[in-house]
Design a protein around this ligand. Structure first.
Ligand code: COA
Length: 196
């Protein structure tokens, strides 16, 4: 597949939010950009599968999730690294922005789902993804950027400038047979309540 330039893609957020300095540090064979509406077919889920089982619910479901993320403006910043020779995705990561009432109505950037294709690991793609996401988070005005990781990956994140802080707790919802992992539809807050 020939490489598709940014101006031919429908991007999740403006490409200008990715540091130009950082782009120039990447190998010329790869390109970093926001996630695009057609990235299901460029292997987005295949790259994410280095993290966990990445069940493919089909392109339409993937696109619906992309559109839901775009429908929450200034919240989701997912980016990808593309191999220009194949137009395939070889790395991915996301920072999403939490708005707070604390810290003078401050914001926190949460880094999630960092993945580099097995063949491409060890070539500084992971560190560039983290630097790009942190740059976005800090430019938006987040007072901190945080993430969870396995013990094995602590040295990687230390090299990315992070430090260990407190601990993570998790409670997984009980598995439901045949349930999809979509959030339940919420009642519309601005919908008129029926008269009692
Ligand atoms: C973890 C991961 C994102 C790192 O990406 P990568 O492109 O392989 O890493 P980089 O080449 O950018 O590494 C940057 C530096 O960190 C080091 N590093 C990377 N992973 C490391 C690890 N697990 N332990 C120790 N050091 C590590 C590299 O040696 C390199 O060091 P250097 O600058 O001294 O040469 C990648 O290996 C990956 O996708 N792993 C599987 C999925 C995963 O665990 N994701 C993270 C979820 S929290």
């Amino acid at each position: 597949m020939p490489f598709t330039p940014d101006n031919e893609l429908d991007l999740l957020f403006p490409a200008s939010l990715i540091s130009q300095d950082l782009k120039s540090q990447l190998h010329p064979d790869v390109h970093i950009r926001p996630l695009a509406s057609t990235d299901h077919s460029r292997g987005h889920l295949t790259v994410l599968s280095v993290l966990t089982v990445a069940t493919d619910l089909g392109e339409a479901a993937w696109s619906a999730q992309f559109n839901a993320m775009r429908g929450a403006p200034q919240t989701y910043y997912s980016l990808v690294i593309v191999d220009k020779n194949s137009d395939r995705i070889v790395g991915a990561g996301t920072v999403f922005i939490e708005r707070k009432f604390l810290r003078g109505l401050g914001s926190v950037g949460h880094i999630e789902d960092i993945a580099v294709d097995k063949q491409q690991q060890g070539k500084k793609l992971g560190i560039r993804i983290i630097q790009a996401l942190t740059h976005i988070s800090e430019n938006i005005g987040c007072y901190k950027t945080i993430l969870n990781c396995s013990r094995d990956n602590v040295p990687f994140y230390v090299k990315c400038g992070f430090e260990e802080k407190e601990c993570e707790m998790a409670k997984y919802a009980p598995a439901k047979p045949n349930a999809q992992s979509q959030p339940k539809p919420q009642p519309q807050l601005n919908a008129q309540s029926p008269r009692l």
